[in-house]
Design a protein around this ligand. Structure first.
Ligand code: SAM
Ligand code: SF4
Ligand code: FES
Length: 346
């Protein structure tokens, strides 16, 4: 089978995915990107969805080897936002006409079930917005309570579908458990998001193919494929950052395989290279997440080195991104940007 036939197949095998991820010639890679952009247009349209993210705590009880927020990193000044600060930041996001609020933190059990429930209630009473939680692995009862309270989405990346690699980079967690959480979240009606990190040490192209297939099997409403960028204060300080082309190829193949899943052009991609997020939007992505974490805190949500926008006025990012999106001939979506999967479509 030739490249064009594979690009237009309805379902790709693992071998075909590996084949696409391994493309080398400039011309063939361009064909892949063009097909991904076509699939994005067909299944997702020209709208780009904005999700306003609040990184409300950089405390974390986990020790992921790749992440600057890991508990063993004593060099990081830690912060927790108060409920009032979180709610004030939500006001700013809504004023910017963004209708999804992403509440993200390290795995920080200082924030109890009740605290998060109360924040969800306060947001939902005031505003007609979608809420995405990204708090790491929490208890199944907590998930249910937050879902019943009105939280809409949960983002929990599987990071790598290779069990051995997963256990090597997580001191305390395993892949089976993570998948159990993702399935449970889906079963109680959350729109779920998962995905990987590209460029982990020891990761193969076959692993990345499995990452894409795992997102497909989990019927993820969202899937994020972001490049690894080292943090100086982790055991991975000397690991090279991810290859740009491999990251873009992964996003493109993911779009072709996952069709209507929301795929972000990540902040990590924008931090990897200038105009990284524009490039991502051109190879299949349809989501961008402007950072609304207030200025005194955002520089300390230091997952990796060189994260963009850490000194910018938080309120400037949304306008900057709108200009970028329009510059690409795309439109900012005015709605909540719910899942495009048939069961959860709004
Ligand atoms: N603690 C929650 C969790 O792990 O799901 C949410 C916050 S965590 C910082 C969000 C994501 O950051 C992780 O899912 C991981 O993929 C990504 N991340 C962590 N370290 C990274 C690095 N060095 N390069 C790129 N992405 C990284
Ligand atoms: Fe904590 Fe998430 Fe970073 Fe792991 S990736 S150390 S869980 S913040
Ligand atoms: Fe933050 Fe451009 S997105 S200033």
């Amino acid at each position: 089978m030739n490249l064009v036939e594979i690009l237009y197949k309805e379902d790709l095998t693992r071998e075909e995915i590996v084949f696409l991820l391994s493309l080398n010639s400039k011309e063939e890679v361009l064909k892949l990107y063009r097909r991904a952009d076509e699939v994005r247009k067909e299944y997702c349209g020209d709208e780009v969805h904005l999700r306003g993210i609040i990184e409300f705590s950089n405390y974390c009880e986990q020790d992921c080897l790749y992440c600057g927020l890991r508990i063993s990193n004593d060099a990081l000044p830690r912060y927790r936002m108060t409920r009032e600060e979180i709610l004030r930041t939500v006001d700013y996001i809504v004023k910017a006409d963004i209708k999804t609020i992403v509440l993200q933190s390290g795995e920080d059990f200082f924030f109890t079930t009740e605290f998060i429930t109360n924040v969800i209630i306060r947001i939902k009473e005031k505003y007609d917005v979608a809420i995405t939680l990204s708090l790491g692995e929490r208890g199944f009862e907590e998930y249910s309570e937050w879902r019943n309270t009105g939280a809409d989405r949960y983002l929990l990346k599987h990071e790598t579908a290779n069990k051995r690699l997963y256990s090597a980079i997580h001191n305390r967690q395993n892949l089976n458990e993570r998948i159990k959480h993702l399935k449970f979240l889906k079963s109680i009606g959350f729109q779920t998001g998962s995905g990987d990190i590209i460029g982990l040490p020891g990761q193969t192209i076959e692993d990345i193919a499995d990452d894409i297939l795992l997102c497909k099997n989990l019927i993820n409403d969202m899937a994020s494929f972001s490049p690894f960028i080292p943090s100086y204060d982790t055991p991975f300080r000397k690991v090279s950052k991810a290859d740009l082309e491999l990251t873009l190829k992964t996003m493109a193949v993911a779009r072709i395989v996952l069709k209507d899943a929301h795929i972000p052009s990540t902040t990590a991609l924008g931090s990897l290279v200038e105009s990284g997020r524009e490039k991502g939007l051109e190879v299949g992505a349809n989501v961008i997440m402007p950072n609304y974490t207030p200025l005194p805190y955002r520089k300390d949500y230091k997952i990796y080195e060189g994260k963009i926008c850490v000194t910018d006025d938080p309120l400037a990012c949304a306008d900057c991104l709108r200009l970028m999106i329009e510059g690409l001939g795309r439109r900012v979506d005015e709605g909540k940007g719910n899942s495009l999967k048939p069961l959860t479509k709004n």
